[in-house]
Design a protein around this ligand. Structure first.
Ligand code: UT7
Length: 351
């Protein structure tokens, strides 16, 4: 059975730089607080009405496709991970297909809704399709346009200051080279904490989970469960996060799922040449680094420049690490993510 290898990789971040200081115009916050708690100095925001999650994904995808030595027409299957899609439905997969001009209908598309670990889930699914011989060129994209959906008031400050926009993409192809490509992937979830990092409304639950009054859901008999009425007051339509719980769980689950991948393949933390953690918080990454005993050269962080780009963070970091020569042929690269759901995952790749 072949392995899947990353044949091409690309990333894109919007031009507009938003510093911590810029945010102080809307939010009661400070550069000092944000840097100290998260490591973030600045993030990028897309040009509203000119860019979307899909168009950013397309920019990253075009680079990945070119580097894989194929054309968009060669793409057999698209997997798109995002929590900030252009439309409620259809998902970004078909929009990306249109944007790239993949006109043949044989190319299927799949949308992944696993937030911060979305790219790991997408990669894992793509890996299975390639390994099983179903597809030869699978395009895996993680992209987010958070800036359209954040609470830019002091109420949302624990969330809004950490998120940024961007996109990353890879093309997966089969390889018969023994020991090359994606060696293993591991996915997990725990739905008991679903609301701890979530956009609660609008949605079909209409308060089913006991939060009708808390979030001021409309009471009408028919047809208005998707209406935003009332959410303005409660902020239910913005991301809400129990930051401390997410932080405490992340620092346990990251090392756990990385060790799972290493144990499965017979490696140890010291065998890792480059760890690419989901860029959630620099303090989380540093904690994971310390737990695994990795030197500074063996972990890649760019949250300082881009903030947390959720499904895009792992492919953007992987792309930058590769572009700057920090990942070389033959390196053992570990990807890991944790976030909303809760969902988490890891992948081990021989580059
Ligand atoms: O990628 C998805 C997964 N997400 C994560 O992994 C995020 C994990 N969590 C975190 O990174 C941290 O919890 C945060 C950075 C989000 C928050 O840091 P924290 O140290 O947990 O702060 P906190 O929420 O406990 O808030 C501490 C204080 C509060 O004030 P009081 O009650 O002590 O007076 C907050 O109101 O900091 C205040 N605060 C802020 N102050 C200035 C919260 N956000 C801000 C802000 N600026 N942006």
């Amino acid at each position: 059975m072949p392995h899947a290898k990353i044949a091409g990789i690309g990333c894109y971040v919007p031009e507009r730089v938003v510093t911590n200081h810029d945010l102080t115009a809307f939010i009661e916050t400070s550069d000092e607080w944000i840097q100290e708690r998260t490591g973030i100095k600045e993030r990028r925001y897309a040009k509203k009405h000119e860019e979307t999650t899909t168009t950013m994904g397309a920019r990253a995808a075009r680079i990945a496709i070119e580097r894989a030595g194929i054309t968009a027409e060669d793409v057999d299957f698209i997997i798109f991970a995002t929590l900030s899609p252009d439309y409620y439905f259809p998902g970004c997969g078909v929009l990306l297909q249109r944007e790239l001009g993949v006109t043949h209908c044989e190319a299927g598309t799949l949308d992944i809704r696993n937030q911060c670990s979305g790219f790991l889930y997408a990669l894992s699914v793509g890996n299975q399709f390639v390994r099983g011989g179903v597809y030869k060129n699978v395009l895996v994209v993680g992209a987010e346009m958070h800036s359209m959906g954040l609470d830019f008031s002091t109420r949302g400050r624990n969330v809004s200051v950490i998120f940024g926009d961007g996109a990353g993409a890879v093309v997966l192809q089969p390889t018969e080279e023994p020991g090359q490509g994606i060696l293993t992937t591991h996915l997990h979830s725990n739905g008991t904490e679903a609301e701890q990092l979530a956009v609660i409304g609008p949605g079909s639950h209409g308060g089913y989970y006991g939060n009708r009054e808390e979030y001021n859901f409309p009471e009408s008999e028919f047809g208005d469960i998707f209406v935003y009425d009332g959410f303005e007051a409660t902020g239910a339509h913005f991301p809400n996060m129990n930051g401390q719980l997410v932080f405490k769980t992340a620092v346990v689950k990251f090392p756990e799922v990385i060790m799972e991948a290493l144990n499965k393949t017979g490696y140890q933390p010291s065998d890792i040449d480059m760890l690419i953690p989901h860029q959630a918080n620099l303090r989380i990454s540093q904690f994971v680094q310390k737990t695994l005993g990795l030197s500074d050269e063996k972990i890649f962080n760019n949250i300082q420049k881009y903030g947390n780009t959720t499904a895009a963070s792992v492919p953007i970091a992987l792309c930058e690490a590769w572009e700057t020569g920090k990942i070389k042929a033959g390196d053992l690269v570990c990807l890991a993510a944790f976030g909303s759901g809760f969902t988490w995952g890891s992948a081990l790749i021989r580059w």
